[in-house]
Design a protein around this ligand. Sequence first.
Ligand code: DC
Length: 218
Amino acid sequence: MGINIAIDGPAGAGKSTIAKMVSAQMGYIYVDTGALYRTVALYITENNISDDEIEKALENANVSLKFIDGAQRVFLGDRDVSDLIRTPEISMAASRTSAIPAVRAYLFETQQKIARENNVIMDGRDIGTVVLPNADVKIFLTASAEERANRRFRELSEKPDCPPYEEILEDIKKRDWQDMHRETAPLKQADDAVLVDTTKLNLQQSADEITRIIRERI
Ligand code: DC
């Protein structure tokens, strides 16, 4: 059994960037579980699969993770789709399809197996509550919706078809609502998770705070 650190929180709180920094520093594997849900969403979208066909169709989906030079890549069959899954359409589709119990059941064992075999920092929505309820450290990372939209806007503003700030904020609020109100494994803070609010922290300060919390506990 590896050492398991769970980081949950809403979209855009900085989970992946911060978890990457901390895991590199600690020599742990960083697992971005959102990428798994996005890959399932891509599979469902590309193959036009309706909700009641999903459970059966997933038997042939073949979603897997590989770690290449320490970086996570996600595969659909033998196709590396790590970049394809980063569009606003797939973000929205993943938020919707991740509410389907058959999708969550399909990805559950993949996530647990990686955590059993490695020291991991795993980020997602239900890692501390459902996937790794016995994680050694649990962190709930959040920031105000406005600050998260600001960060996303700054990130996207260098790209040609950057949506307006208001649209990004709306998307974030809509995904928050969907992620928190679904019936299966909704986004919520585990009772024993430490809350870290990064609204007023920069990346380095956030990473330092998380490293401090982890070191205090293991
Ligand atoms: O972290 P992300 O934005 O890449 O996640 C994409 C979607 O997947 C998000 O809307 C919620 C879902 N998700 C989930 O339900 N459970 C997880 N452990 C990770 C992501």
